[in-house]
Each structure stands twice: as C-alpha cells, then as structure tokens.
Design a protein around this ligand. Sequence first.
Ligand SMILES: C[S@@+](CC[C@H](N)C(=O)[O-])C[C@H]1O[C@@H](n2cnc3c(N)ncnc32)[C@H](O)[C@@H]1O
Ligand SMILES: Nc1nc2[nH]cc(C(=O)O)c2c(=O)[nH]1
Ligand code: SF4
Ligand SMILES: [Mg+2]
Length: 214
Amino acid sequence: MNYAVKEMFLTLQGEGVHAGRRAVFARFAGCNLWSGLEKDRANAVCRFCDTDFVGMDGEGGGRFADADAFADAVARLWGDEKERRFVVLTGGEPMLQVDAALIDALHDAGFEIAIESNGTIAVPRAIDWICISPKAGSETVQKTGDELKLVWPQSGSDWEEMENWDFANLLIQPMDALGDPVVSEANVRSAIKFVQLNPKWRLSLQTHKILGLA
Ligand SMILES: C[S@@+](CC[C@H](N)C(=O)[O-])C[C@H]1O[C@@H](n2cnc3c(N)ncnc32)[C@H](O)[C@@H]1O
Ligand SMILES: Nc1nc2[nH]cc(C(=O)O)c2c(=O)[nH]1
Ligand code: SF4
Ligand SMILES: [Mg+2]
C-alpha cells in the first residue's frame, strides 16, 4: 500500500484532550464527505471544513511508497527524543488510507498513534487514541473511542443520542465560521452555554489557531 499525504509537520496538538502535546501531524489527502474543492462545498455532506486536503503539495507531503517510508518521515520530523513519541493521523479522512501495516510501522518506530476521523469508516482498536467527529448527514459507524468531538452547532446532529455511544470523553468544539468572526464568536458562546447546561461534555478549543501554530 502507498499513502497520499497532503502535509506532515511537527506542532502541538491543538484540540481535544491532548491539546498542548507535542505531536507530528500527518494529513492524508482526500475525504469521503467533500471533494475539497470550493465549487463542491455547498453540495457536500460536510460543508464547514477548515482544511485544505487536496493533493500532496503541502510541507512534508507526497506519496509515500510504503509504511516504512511513511514512518521514517514521521520519525525524522519528531527527532531523536525517544520518550512520549506522538503522531496524529488526520486529513482529509485518514481511514480511507490507514491500514495495519502503517499502524505496525509507526508502533515499531516508538509512536503512540492518535487519529482524527469522521467516524464513517470503522477504526482499528490498535490505534491508541481514537477521536471521532461525527458529521450531520453521514452515518457514524465508529461509536466507540477515546474522544468524541462534536463541532457545534450542527443542525441535524443528535448529541443526546451520542451520549449513549461508548466514548471516554465527550467534547464540544465551536465551529470556526471561516472568515466570519461574528458567527465564530457566537458559536463559542453557544458552546460555552451548552457545556454549562450539560456537564458530561467539555469544551474543546482550536488552540493552534489562537496560538498561530499549524
Ligand atoms: C479537518 S478534520 C480531519 C479529520 C476527519 N475528516 C474529521 O472530520 O474528523 C479535523 C478536525 O477538525 C474539525 N473541524 C473541521 N472544520 C472545522 C471548523 N470549521 N470548525 C471547527 N472544527 C472543525 C473536524 O470536525 C475534525 O474534528
Ligand atoms: N495543531 C493542530 N492541531 C490539530 N488538531 C486536529 C487538527 C486537524 O486538522 O485534524 C489539527 C491541526 O490542523 N493542527
Ligand atoms: S469530514 Fe473532516 S476532512 Fe472531510 S470535509 Fe469534513 S471536516 Fe473536512
Ligand atoms: Mg485542523
């Protein structure tokens, strides 16, 4: 198997329970809920995406011939430190490409593996930290994991139903309205109010955007 990767970079995990943790991000090209082209956004299943995942032309991106080549690139970005090695597989939709060989190669290189997935494709439990972010209008098949991260508000998504799923952490992440600061701020206020009313849930902010990190 080869892997089409938009970009790979060293940063801090910006979101969720691991926010603030040093991490290599590997962003896979392509998604099953949007083509990634602006002309298709209005008709996509997922319409609020903040990410360019088209092609392989980003920093550290490219086509990796096999799992070892992928893991070598991740390890090079991490550097020599042997402790607490952490890689986040994201996209696009990483589960279109992640397979057992890749998971094994990253584990062999000493990495704890996290994934950011839309939950429409089952995620192997061999992945150490499963974060699922369900999208209204899609079928969520992965209803277990470490972190459920619901982008808020999303009409047509049933958060009460999600409380019955098997996730160790429930998070609400305000929707970035992509260039509309008034709406973005309203979404933050709405998310805070939601958590104040629903103590099973915690707030997740996109701290990398606040901090000016990738
Ligand atoms: C770009 S997605 C890639 C991974 C996967 N396709 C998914 O949707 O979970 C990474 C994370 O960013 C979140 N996200 C995307 N657009 C966002 C936005 N406009 N505001 C807040 N979070 C957003 C997603 O819900 C997901 O949790
Ligand atoms: N720093 C940083 N943290 C992130 N957490 C989830 C991200 C994603 O796009 O999947 C992301 C991202 O793009 N950058
Ligand atoms: S599912 Fe994830 S990558 Fe795909 S369009 Fe939605 S937020 Fe973006
Ligand atoms: Mg992002």
